[in-house]
Ligand binder design. Structure first.
Ligand code: FAD
Length: 660
């Protein structure tokens, strides 16, 4: 210790520069260490500042070493500031709407920069109302001109083409400036917000008044309008429902109107009010009814939760799923089928007297160095190109072990994780989104899916299966894994399959019954005609979920195949369409995509060369796969009715590694 300080000027304050734990920090932040070391070297060159460091074994995890770097120079403060900016800041996602000038001649995409069919949508104009009065004017003008409209949000997170107005002449109405909290009624425990408010804002504002939203998605960046548009949810089987729309008590919506109405109407919809049936349509609306301007949600008094992540083998997973969700209020599971492991989230309310100030900073939503993302992507592309299944499995295991060692982003006090359970207030544990925050920092760090850096690029298949059928679905996936043990290693790089409990809802096109939603994220090639490793297995799982188990697709995620026949699975679809007809008889807020998923128009699946690889079709001919690469259309291995692109022709030594 004496040696450590001897070089440093004792008159200067001691500054701890970096505390780094080589074992428990996420592997991605190794890049941060590298950047920090380079910067420290540069500082030394420029200001000749002395550093010392100390390294010791982490007392909580004896296999890990902690490194602390120290300095005693005042000059270092300016550099510390620079370091903080470089290492801690995210780079907020890009605007999804881009116009050439004066808000005209625009394009719109989603936050991933690619719709399932990879097309770019065009609109003649974008407009940014900042009040309900603005919306009324905009809707009235467009209705008079019989112009197509769609509502877009600040981030446009939905994967399918929900944001696109039809044709080239459409109008995008962005909710970016509808971002105010209108009122928090502490006594009645109600909050009223404009529809462009993000989940992060809502959680923060409610917490300031000692209130909380009980069940929410895990990602801060979603807007209230977007959440309602797609029926977004958290995970629970208890309480009043898992989705945000289950907590809505009132909404105001601006719809097209008749000439007598001045071409626009403002409707106030209340739970158990006169227009009761209509709120059930507006709660999950895909944006086809009009522009939701304001939403009132019922909150609860702030409470604390106690969270433990418990890893286990998956032998009895299929038996556990039905009961686990009823045992713990915020239960979910993360499943790694190729590792035969599952992590149970044991998560319940506890008394506010229980000590703890825990925080959840979801590892997938933290700001990540773009260089690390690029490295990950290049590694994944190389594994795919060379058929390196073993490499994928090793890396998948490493990723999930690292996430487990960092307690899945949980800390007991906002800084360190010491032990389970992690106890803390609801607003600190329910959702996160570090990569949304921060200044523009030349994209040194971003959200992992940010299309501006060559980072993660993936498909997402997110389908809920009725709880009564979830057991069999899980067993079918396990059968597939027993036939091809390494086939689902690739999922582990995206932290496995997230399984959340979703409750049946009274929203007409909301969840139909208590279900388990399977959220599966997997590699997507930059080249639409290049199959992924074990292409057939993931296609078979998708088709089993949709056709064999009659699963419902998340409206804001998924590839086209998942929506095939979906609307027929909603018993009140006709009621929904009646309200749509009443609110917007000309279908000005409808688009080709919404008409297709609502069963009003054909063409949902796009049949063309290679279409099955992108989930645009179920293959019926080899040409829908990649015959030149040996991928032909074949029946599934467990679900015989599935038709999947299977590697049957081994042309090179490397591709043979990928054959089942
Ligand atoms: C990182 C990440 C994490 C996610 N986590 C979850 C999760 O935990 N749980 C979950 O269920 N989903 C999750 N999702 C998916 C998400 O729920 C949907 O994609 C979503 O709700 C999109 O919200 P958005 O605000 O970006 O809306 P957008 O995608 O922009 O819009 C969605 C739909 O809502 C309509 N809309 C938006 N605002 C209005 C309005 N004011 N009036 C009328 N219509 C409107 C739009 O027209 C569109 O049809 C996640 C997505 C991402 C990218």
């Amino acid at each position: 210790m004496h040696n450590l300080f001897s070089k440093l000027n004792p008159k200067h304050p001691l500054i701890i520069l970096i505390v780094y734990d080589f074992c428990t920090q996420p592997i991605l932040t190794c890049y941060q260490i590298l950047t920090a070391s380079l910067i420290l070297l540069a500082i030394k060159q420029v200001d000749n500042i002395e550093f010392s460091y100390i390294s010791f074994v982490n007392p909580f995890l004896p296999r890990c070493r902690v490194l602390i770097m120290l300095s005693r120079s005042v000059l270092i403060l300016k550099w510390v500031f620079l370091l903080i900016i470089i290492l801690a800041n995210g780079n907020p996602p890009e605007e999804p709407v881009k116009c050439s000038n004066n808000f005209t001649n625009c394009t719109i995409t989603n936050s991933y920069g690619a719709f399932p069919d990879r097309s770019t949508c065009h609109a003649a104009e974008a407009t940014y109302p900042s009040s309900e009065e603005d919306i009324v004017l905009i809707v009235a003008n467009a209705t008079r001109e019989k112009r197509k409209m769609r509502v877009a949000t600040r981030y446009s997170h939905s994967i399918p083409k929900l944001a696109c107005p039809d044709g080239e002449d459409g109008l995008i109405i962005s909710t970016e400036n509808l971002n105010r909290i209108i009122n928090v009624d502490k006594e009645k425990m109600l909050v009223t917000v404009e529809s462009g408010v993000t989940l992060m804002q809502l959680i923060d504002e409610a917490a300031k008044s000692g209130l909380a939203l009980p069940y929410t998605p895990y990602w801060w960046g979603l807007t209230i309008g977007g959440l309602l548009g797609t029926g977004a949810h958290g995970s629970t089987l208890l309480g009043n429902g898992s989705a945000i729309h289950d907590q809505v008590v009132q909404m105001r919506i601006v719809t097209p109107g008749s000439q007598e109405d001045g071409y626009a109407s403002v409707r106030t919809l209340k739970e158990e009010g006169e227009l009761d049936g209509e709120i059930m349509a507006a709660k999950v609306s895909l944006g086809v009814l009009g522009v939701i301007s304001q939403v009132t949600l019922k909150l609860q008094p702030m409470f604390k939760r106690s969270v433990t992540f418990l890893p286990k083998n998956d032998t009895d997973l299929s038996d556990q799923v039905a009961t686990f969700g009823r045992q713990h209020e915020f239960a979910d599971m993360t499943w790694y089928p190729s590792q035969k492991r599952v992590v149970y989230r044991i998560d319940d309310r506890v008394s506010s007297n229980v000590y703890g100030n825990g925080l959840w900073d979801h590892p997938g939503f933290q700001a990540t160095p773009s260089l690390a993302l690029l490295t990950l992507r290049l590694t994944e592309e190389l594994e795919e190109a060379t058929g390196d299944v073993v490499g994928k499995c090793i890396r998948g295991r490493l990723t999930t072990d690292t996430i487990r060692n960092t307690a899945f982003g949980l800390t007991n006090n906002g800084i360190f994780f010491t032990e389970y359970p992690v106890i803390g207030y609801q607003n600190r544990l329910q959702a996160s989104g570090g990569c949304l925050k921060g200044l523009i920092d030349a994209k040194i760090t971003t959200c992992r899916w940010d299309p501006r850096v060559n980072g993660l690029f993936f498909h997402q298949t997110t389908i809920s299966i009725a709880l009564s059928k979830a057991k069999d679905f899980i067993q079918d996936i396990q059968k597939l894994v027993s036939i091809a043990p390494q086939s689902l290693c690739g999922l582990d790089i995206y932290n496995g399959i997230l399984m959340r409990y979703v409750t049946g809802s009274n929203a007409y096109i909301g969840e139909q019954e208590d279900s388990l939603e399977f959220d599966i994220t997997y590699y997507r090639s930059k080249d639409p005609k290049t199959p992924r490793l074990f292409e057939d297995v993931l296609e078979e799982i998708e088709q089993m979920a949709v056709f064999k188990y009659s699963g419902l697709p998340h409206w804001g995620k998924n590839r086209n195949v998942a929506f095939e026949g979906a609307i027929k699975k909603y018993k009140n679809a006709a009621e929904f369409l009646k309200v749509k007809e009443k609110y917007d008889p000309l279908g000005l807020f409808s688009s080709e995509w919404t008409d297709q998923v609502l069963g009003l128009k054909g063409g949902l699946t796009i049949v063309k060369e290679g279409c099955a690889l992108e989930g645009l079709c179920v293959c019926s001919e080899d040409i829908h796969c990649a015959p030149e690469k040996g991928y032909l259309c074949r029946p599934g291995k467990v679900f015989q009715d599935a038709r999947v692109c299977t590697l049957v022709q081994v042309s090179t030594q490397s591709s043979s590694k990928a054959e089942l």
